[in-house]
Design a protein around this ligand. Structure first.
Ligand SMILES: NC(=O)C1=CN([C@@H]2O[C@H](COP(=O)(O)OP(=O)(O)OC[C@H]3O[C@@H](n4cnc5c(N)ncnc54)[C@H](OP(=O)(O)O)[C@@H]3O)[C@@H](O)[C@H]2O)C=CC1
Ligand SMILES: CC(=O)N[C@@H](CCC(=O)OP(=O)(O)O)C(=O)O
Length: 305
């Protein structure tokens, strides 16, 4: 029997890519609302009522409204927005992060999908904090470049008009919406300096974590800790030393649900950079949503990915 799935916001950037991943699957029946009524509370509630799982691909306020709309219904939810990522009533949907995460996601009614920059940042920071190689109160910086689809339909329209710049840096007021989840899931007590940017390419991102070695950690120790943490994982791979080459290309995992982590630097200089590459709409949003959905439905998590 097919599972009934409703994608609320399926006309948006994240929703469309989830639909593409689900619409050819025989084990999934997509519930759809009349496009003309897709923002009406009544039409959406009818869809929620028919669904086993609904995936919210909406702005934060609309995601909160959706949760209210289906409060008395049986439907389970995956929220792709930022609205519930530090809410303790929601399970943080990063299966590879902790040993018990898959079991928690499998049983959850509410799963919050991590943000795209957050997925890369948390993937690098949390295992290094757990291994004692980053202190929770260490002042960190995170630099990142994303493709423009990360900004949804609005930013896509700017780039498609040909008027947007080749590259811009933003979020420098240090109030980016991903910072709370990076701190909570990363295990940090001091806010990292976060400098995201957007380049003139549609999808893909590279998130960089520069680290001083300070005589108390080595490139090899960083490599070993991260490799051990993700050993055996299918969608998160820690590259072998030298494997990433000398140019890290943010688009290299586009169209996949993969994330690659590499560790570069030089012990003699005391400087290292850990880099995560992922597709903002793959492991950073739509692919990750489908992976979480598969786990919630008790399926192989790679189904359709
Ligand atoms: N793009 C990305 O890389 C990532 C996005 N996310 C998050 O996913 C969510 C969706 O983002 P994204 O797909 O990029 O955004 P888009 O702007 O591309 O799409 C949002 C969609 O939601 C629709 N919508 C807005 N309000 C309502 C409402 N009240 N009821 C029903 N539908 C509504 C919009 O309608 P309309 O078509 O009329 O505009 C649009 O289709 C956001 O919270 C975003 O932060 C998370 C990780 C990565
Ligand atoms: C390029 C760009 O604009 N990116 C978005 C983040 C995309 C994303 O991950 O959205 P969520 O916050 O819902 O997770 C931003 O910086 O706000």
């Amino acid at each position: 029997m097919a599972h009934n799935i409703f994608i609320d916001g399926e006309a948006g950037t994240t929703g469309l890519q989830i639909r593409e991943r689900l619409e050819t699957r025989e084990d999934i029946r997509l519930i759809q609302v009349d496009p003309a009524r897709r923002k009406e509370a009544g039409a959406r509630r009818e869809a929620f009522a028919q669904a086993d799982v609904a995936i919210l691909c909406l702005p934060d306020d609309a995601a909160r409204e959706a949760v209210e709309l289906c409060a008395d219904l049986d439907v389970r939810l995956i929220d792709a927005s930022t609205a519930h990522r530090v809410d303790k009533a929601w399970v943080f949907g990063f299966p590879e992060l902790h040993k018990d995460n898959r079991a928690r996601i499998a049983e959850a009614r509410f799963v919050s999908n991590p943000g795209c920059y957050s997925t890369g940042s948390i993937a690098m920071i949390a295992p290094l904090v757990a291994a004692g190689l980053i202190a929770p109160d260490e002042p960190l910086s995170i630099n990142a470049v994303s493709g423009f689809t990360g900004g949804g339909k609005g930013l896509i329209a700017e780039y498609e008009s040909g008027e947007a710049p080749a590259h811009f840096v933003y979020g420098l007021g240090q109030n980016h919406k991903h910072i709370p989840e990076i701190m909570q899931q990363g295990g940090l007590t001091i806010q990292p300096v976060f400098a995201p940017s957007v380049g003139n390419f549609a999808q893909g991102m590279a998130v960089q974590l520069p680290l001083r070695l300070n005589g108390r950690r080595s490139i090899a120790a960083l490599q070993e800790a991260l490799a051990a943490h993700y050993e055996g994982e299918h969608f998160v791979r820690v590259l072998a030393p030298g494997e990433a080459g000398t140019r890290i290309v943010p688009t290299e995992l586009n169209g996949t649900n993969m994330m690659h982590i590499s560790i570069q630097g030089d012990d003699a200089s005391g400087c290292a950079t850990v880099v995560a590459v992922l597709d903002n709409l793959g492991k950073g949003a739509s692919g990750a949503s489908v992976q979480n959905l598969n786990i919630m439905l008790g399926l192989d998590e790679a189904t359709g990915l």
